[in-house]
Design a protein around this ligand. Structure first.
Ligand SMILES: Cc1cc2nc3c(=O)[nH]c(=O)nc-3n(C[C@H](O)[C@H](O)[C@H](O)COP(=O)(O)OP(=O)(O)OC[C@H]3O[C@@H](n4cnc5c(N)ncnc54)[C@H](O)[C@@H]3O)c2cc1C
Length: 417
């Protein structure tokens, strides 16, 4: 079924009886060429690009819950290509180019909104760091502009410019940054993969990975054994647990990241605004809710809910920077499990076991990576060579120490990211 304005008109005039489900609900087959563990954004995008660009369609995506019920449906929807370090910079640039054509490609409204992203700096040191970052982004071929305080005031007059601890001095503006509707992205990739013959199997938990003589043979699941020539992990916050099923110990810790949304309000915030202090950020959803968040909860956990100290910290920071927010009623808060690597950068690589591939370590930034990650991972699985934009996402860097990408300058230590 193709979506178009004509289709909407026709269905509207004929009682909306012609819409069909977006994907099938097949029984798992006994064997596939590729099994993908995890029906989040990355798993679904991988299946889509494997089918579309490499002609591999005998694929199952195995999801223990429902499609899009993980972090892809829990994030704060920020999309950007403003990374500083080689490795990350070219990858997120690649991903942004895919985002920019995604809705046409998928024939699906992902509500991509390039409303611009401002990263606020509060002191001279942060400004200098932003200048360096901006130059790196421009060298990569993406966009960055340094704004002074007046530039920020014009765009966001409601900010508190005179906070004693965190005065607003200016911002690095990334005009092509913005947001996309998270669950629509998952649904769009799911539909695109299904249309090309991929089996999307929900309520199917992988409980074991079968390896014989150093080669993967398939997976054990809550719906029986499924054999596969290749098995690809895309389990986000559960990556460490799933990899352990094949005897692997990944350099990943799982932490909770929380987010918050207020009641719907009239349009007030045009951009995504991130603050160099407090790791805090805020934007307004298309429904009008003010969506915001800040740091990780700094203890390891597999619970998709957070704790009060981080709620308190986030509320304190957001009230310092956007005092008017105090008048809005908070509607909901939630948490998701982040797969944190020591250097804050991801892994797309072979596992060391023949036929078993790894895609993990996206930390709190993997939504913006969704198309790029799926595209690069599909390339690796299909060709056994890394995609040109993802050559530095090697597992081995954590063993050798060579090639670490410490994007945030916090050191290769989980709990500082
Ligand atoms: C509050 C919050 C805010 C965020 N904000 C942003 C943001 O603004 N921008 C950004 O770029 N990123 C953001 N992120 C990070 C981003 O959401 C994640 O990095 C990304 O979604 C992870 O990839 P995924 O979509 O494939 O994960 P998921 O959607 O979590 O997919 C993994 C899937 O694997 C399944 N699974 C796990 N174990 C098994 C098993 N044994 N068998 C079968 N299935 C299994 C899970 O059920 C899950 O559905 C945020 C995350 C959170 C929680």
């Amino acid at each position: 079924m193709r979506f178009s304005g004509w289709r909407v008109l026709k269905e509207g005039l004929t009682g909306n009886k012609g819409w069909t489900g977006h994907w099938r609900d097949p029984e798992p087959k006994r064997e596939y060429d590729v099994v993908i563990i995890g029906g989040g954004g990355h798993g679904l995008a991988t299946a889509y690009y494997l089918a579309k660009e490499h002609g591999i369609t005998n694929i199952a995506v195995l999801e223990k819950g429902y499609l899009g019920g993980g972090n892809v449906g829990r994030n704060t929807t920020i999309v950007r290509a403003n990374y500083y370090l080689p490795g990350n910079s070219e990858f997120y640039s690649h991903s942004m180019h895919l985002w920019e054509g995604l809705e046409q490609d998928l024939n699906y409204n992902a509500m991509m909104s390039q409303r611009g992203l401002m990263m606020i700096y509060h002191n001279d040191g942060q400004r200098d760091a932003m200048v360096r970052r901006g130059n790196a982004i421009i060298n990569q071929g993406d966009d960055a502009e340094l704004l002074d305080i007046e530039g920020v005031r014009q765009r966001a007059p409601f900010l508190n410019f005179d906070d004693n601890r965190f005065p607003v001095m200016g911002a690095l503006l990334h005009r092509r940054g913005g947001t996309a509707r998270h669950d629509a992205v998952a649904w769009g990739f799911a539909r695109g993969a299904d249309m090309r013959g991929v089996d999307l199997i929900q309520n199917c938990e992988v409980t074991g990975i079968d390896v014989e003589n150093g080669k993967v043979r398939g997976v054990q699941t809550s719906r029986g054994v499924i054999r596969a020539k290749k098995v690809a992990l895309a389990a986000a916050g559960r990556s460490g647990q799933v990899a352990a099923m094949a005897g692997l110990r990944l350099p990943i810790e799982s932490h909770v990241l929380q987010a918050f949304v207020t009641e719907g309000l009239k349009p007030i915030i045009n951009h995504v605004i991130a603050f160099a202090e407090s790791h805090m950020y805020i934007s307004q959803s298309d429904k009008g809710g003010l969506v915001f968040g800040s740091y990780l909860d700094f203890y390891n956990s597999y619970a998709a809910r957070g704790n009060l100290p981080m709620v308190e910290h986030t509320m304190e920071s957001i009230m310092a920077m956007v005092p008017a927010l105090g008048k809005a009623r908070l509607l909901r808060s939630w948490g998701g499990i982040m797969d944190m690597t020591p250097d804050g950068s991801p892994i797309i690589d072979h596992s060391g076991i023949e036929g078993l591939y790894l895609n993990c370590g996206w930390c709190y930034g993997g939504f913006k990576a969704t198309p790029g990650s799926g595209n690069a991972y599909a390339h690796l699985i299909a060709t056994d060579r890394p995609h040109g934009a993802a050559t530095k996402f090697k597992l081995d860097r954590f063993r050798s120490g060579y090639g670490l990408m410490d994007e945030e300058g916090t050191g290769a230590q989980h709990n500082l990211h």
